[in-house]
Write a protein of this length. Structure first.
Length: 68
């Protein structure tokens, strides 16, 4: 049961982090966590949505010339 709570907590943290990440460093850090999660749970739709959010954030930074 504790493992389920930890899994849910980590998942929520990743989604929250993806939603608030604005700088390149924040986006890179959250992206690493998302990739790690996908290795264990490739079918997770919520994390897929968070991943798409990170990609949109990267695109926005690229357009603004802030992504290095």
């Amino acid at each position: 049961m504790l493992a389920d709570v930890n899994k849910t907590s980590r998942r929520r943290y990743l989604v929250f982090s993806a939603n608030v990440a604005q700088t390149p460093d924040q986006i890179k850090a959250v992206s690493e966590g998302v990739v790690s999660w996908f290795r264990s749970y490739p079918e997770d739709k919520v994390i897929q949505r968070a991943s798409r959010k990170l990609e949109r954030s990267k695109q926005r930074l690229r357009q603004e010339g802030e992504w290095q």
